[in-house]
Design a protein around this ligand. Structure first.
Ligand SMILES: C[S@@+](CC[C@H](N)C(=O)[O-])C[C@H]1O[C@@H](n2cnc3c(N)ncnc32)[C@H](O)[C@@H]1O
Length: 447
């Protein structure tokens, strides 16, 4: 008998969202538990895990209102199965009877036959609820399934945009690609995709970004295996586009793994000496895979970006890309588990690490060179405030961030860039890019 994708989803979710809150990442848990599944069953399992993480607070709130007495802590699997079932009824078009019948059976597999009747009743009732109307009457924090600290921080940082950020962050992200400029221009790539019945639109902010109308598996992308296309959000494509360096210059990608931006730098600067550094040796293996797929070369180094003495050969760089570890609060659409794993207390530690990296890497840049600082965060402390403090510390640094955002033709581009005191802040936008921050810092010739 083949494995049940709903059961595999419950197994993964109990590792992502355990009772003690210290869960595995969604990506790791999927990898661990999808093994016995194939094809569409894997797709169903992944959808359940993403969907429950994305809408967790909303689903829990409604479920709790249905229960006459709370479920015991020991019934975690039953609770997770119920959340999966409610998610399926509310946010997918799977046939009602298939969903309503699947979960009581699953309760028996979970050795909780006592929950079969309850599950059946709850899932029938869920079918009578319009989740959009239900969420509309709830506070944003609950409707958009946000941890309280994050919602409060967004309100403090972006009083006018907080609700739009929250609403964009609950949507599903589009599949965005980067066309490899070595193989021609973006329009040619759109035509090549159309020939495979894959419809794509150009991005408006990064010159080689493409949005697919419908997500496909990477195997279906023409030339994916040969590096013609890569999967990368449009905002994430901006930092490497801001790097300026001589054709044969020296460029450091200081937090390189898994190599998305290293690959992009290799496409832009094929003759440069490119060094890809990361502390995580396991993730560095993915940088090597990315470079191999793109047919590109870089020196891959394991080391701490905040302690260059242990790995730097003393030769300065023309440009450094520092895509720093951060709260990931700009990419909740793609990593909804981050909402439940990240804590408010993590932020000061991240801000401290980012500052140490900036200070340690700055002396490695030759006069006139640059450092591009980027995060996938929406928090000021990690972004504009971080860079402003750095500029105040470093007499030979100036903010040289160009107007990367430019005119925008799409109607839904309501958030876009924000007036910040340093660099450029992008906020997540429905159907478009993630939240991202980027600042280009130029080293003046004389300190
Ligand atoms: C945002 S991710 C980088 C994503 C990558 N630039 C890309 O485009 O694929 C941050 C990376 O920083 C690495 N990192 C964290 N602390 C580090 C440190 N002290 N020194 C070097 N790398 C570090 C993490 O292992 C992680 O791979």
């Amino acid at each position: 008998m083949t494995a049940d994708p709903r059961w595999q989803a419950v197994k993964a979710l109990r590792e992502i969202l355990p009772a003690n809150g210290q869960g595995h990442s969604l990506r790791e848990a999927l990898k661990m538990h999808r093994q016995p599944l194939e094809g569409s069953a894997r797709g169903l399992m992944a959808d359940l895990c993403f969907g429950v993480c994305r809408h967790r607070a909303l689903l829990e709130h409604w479920l709790n209102q249905q229960l006459q007495k709370p479920l015991k802590a020991s019934a975690l699997d039953v609770r997770l199965a119920l959340l999966c079932g409610i998610y399926e009824r509310w946010f997918t078009d799977r046939p009602a009877h298939a969903v309503v019948n699947a979960y009581p059976d699953l309760c028996r597999t979970l050795k909780a036959p006592w929950a079969a009747g309850l599950t059946n009743a709850v899932l029938r009732k869920a079918g009578n609820v319009d989740p959009v109307a239900y969420a509309a009457d709830l506070p944003v924090e609950l409707a958009c399934s946000l941890p309280r600290w994050l919602w409060q921080q967004w309100q403090a940082d972006w009083p006018e945009q907080a609700e739009a950020i929250a609403r964009a962050s609950i949507t599903e992200a589009p599949m965005t690609l980067r066309a490899n400029r070595r193989y021609g221009d973006r329009d040619g790539m759109i035509t090549a995709l159309a020939a495979q019945d894959i419809s794509a639109q150009p991005g408006t902010r990064a010159p080689f970004a493409l949005y697919l109308d419908q997500a496909v598996s990477v195997e279906q992308l023409p030339g994916f295996r040969d590096g013609v296309l890569s999967v990368q959000d449009e905002a994430a494509q901006l930092p490497a586009e801001l790097i300026e360096a001589p054709e044969q210059g020296r460029i450091l990608d200081a937090c390189a793994a898994p190599g998305g931006k290293t690959g992009q730098l290799a496409e832009r600067f094929p003759l440069a000496t490119l060094v890809a550094l990361d502390q995580d040796t396991r993730r560095l293996a993915r940088v090597r895979e990315t470079l191999k797929r793109l047919g590109a070369e870089a020196t891959v180094v394991a080391g701490d970006a905040a302690a260059p003495d242990s790995w730097w050969d003393g030769e300065q760089f023309d440009a450094i890309l520092l895509d720093a570890p951060c709260s990931a609060t700009g990419i909740l659409r793609r990593q909804p588990d981050v909402k439940w794993h990240r804590r408010a207390d993590d932020i000061p530690a991240l801000v401290g690490l980012q500052a140490r990296m900036l200070d340690a890497l700055w002396p490695l840049i030759s006069p006139g060179g640059m450092l591009v600082y980027a995060t996938c965060s929406t928090l000021k402390a990690e972004n504009a405030d971080q860079v402003s403090a750095f500029l105040a510390r470093q007499a030979d640094a100036r903010d040289d961030t160009p107007d990367i955002l430019g005119p925008d033709t799409l109607e839904q581009a309501t958030l876009g860039d924000l007036p910040v005191n340093a660099g450029a802040q992008l906020l997540p936008q429905e159907g478009r890019h993630d939240g991202f921050y980027v600042a280009r810092l130029r080293k003046t010739a004389i300190a």
